[in-house]
Design a protein around this ligand. Structure first.
Ligand code: GLN
Length: 296
């Protein structure tokens, strides 16, 4: 130990290290201190919850204690757990992340739910799906996972994000039903598509400095910044999507809090038909806004 800074987890049992970590995170005002502590210790030890319980009294090795202390330091400095581990679950599927992708949010599962609801009404054979600003591929790959005969394409401005999405597609066994293209919105796509989905950047530029450190300092601003009023991406993508939808096809986008009405107006201005209210997320916020292309 000579010359080493003392490690608070050295020599502790798994259970006491978990409690010590949760207490550290709590005193650093981390919201989900207990959950984050459990996920980080699970990752360091490569144990699931049952394993943590079964091995509660086993002492940490010094390598494990060191790694846990490093993770704790990063979390306390504001790095989200998903970034520390480089992976996040979405729609029950594991997604690798990179610096060019958002951490997929549970709210965004609302977009997947609305897309599936509309798809099931259409009863289309071999549907074609496009995901605009695909990031890690989360929305697109969740849909391909649910719809076994679907084919999908994801676009993004970031080549790094497209590489991450492609890797996720391969890891999920969806590589042969997906393609990825670098372009602005749908510029490189011709369609027609049965479903077009997007979680575009929608935070007004002036709000970005006020976001939590987890988002502001760790999510890519390209995926957050929606311009002055937050609607730049909707104004860009909605007319392009309307052109490329098949008749009867649907556009489903994620909305920021308070944005659903204005997005519906943009959809109607592109001659899409808003035939149902937005779908709310678990917090009751209208989150998935959708419209269909109808015969003229
Ligand atoms: N939902 C994200 C947040 O508020 C923003 C994602 C986005 O702009 N599409 O943290």
């Amino acid at each position: 130990m000579t010359g080493c800074v003392s490690n608070p987890f050295a020599g502790q049992s798994i259970e006491s290290a978990r409690r010590a970590l949760a207490a550290q995170l709590r005193s650093a005002q981390i919201d989900e201190a207990e959950l984050d502590a459990r996920i980080l210790i699970s990752a360091v030890l490569d144990l699931d919850l049952t394993g943590l319980i079964a091995q509660a009294t086993r002492p940490l090795t010094s390598a494990e204690a060191l790694q846990l202390a490093q993770y704790a330091g990063r979390r306390i400095a504001g790095e989200p757990v998903a970034r520390i581990l480089g992976t996040r679950e979405f729609w029950g599927l594991p997604f690798r992340l990179s610096e060019a992708t958002l951490v997929p949010r549970p709210d965004t599962e609302t977009v997947v739910e609305r897309a599936l609801e509309l798809f099931r009404e259409q009863k289309i054979h071999r549907p074609r799906i496009a995901d605009i600003g695909t990031g890690s591929g989360a929305i697109l790959l969740a849909l391909l996972h649910e719809i076994p005969d679907a084919f999908g394409v994801g676009t993004d401005l970031s080549l790094t994000a497209l590489g991450t999405a492609r890797g996720n597609a391969a890891a999920l066994g969806l590589g042969n039903r997906s393609a990825f293209a670098a372009c602005s919105y749908l510029a490189a796509l011709s369609g027609p598509f049965d479903l077009i989905v997007s979680n575009p950047p929608y935070i007004p530029s002036g709000e970005i400095p006020k976001l939590s450190v987890e988002v502001r300092d760790h999510d890519p601003h390209l995926a957050l910044d929606g311009g002055n009023d937050g609607y730049d991406a909707y104004r860009g993508l909605i007319p392009q999507a309307a052109e490329r939808l098949a008749l009867g096809g649907a556009l489903i986008v994620e909305a920021g809090q308070g944005q659903a009405r204005n997005i519906e107006t943009l959809m109607a201005a592109a001659a899409l038909v808003v035939d149902r209210p937005p779908k709310a997320d678990l917090a009751g916020i209208p989150r998935a806004v959708s419209a269909r292309k109808m015969p003229p």
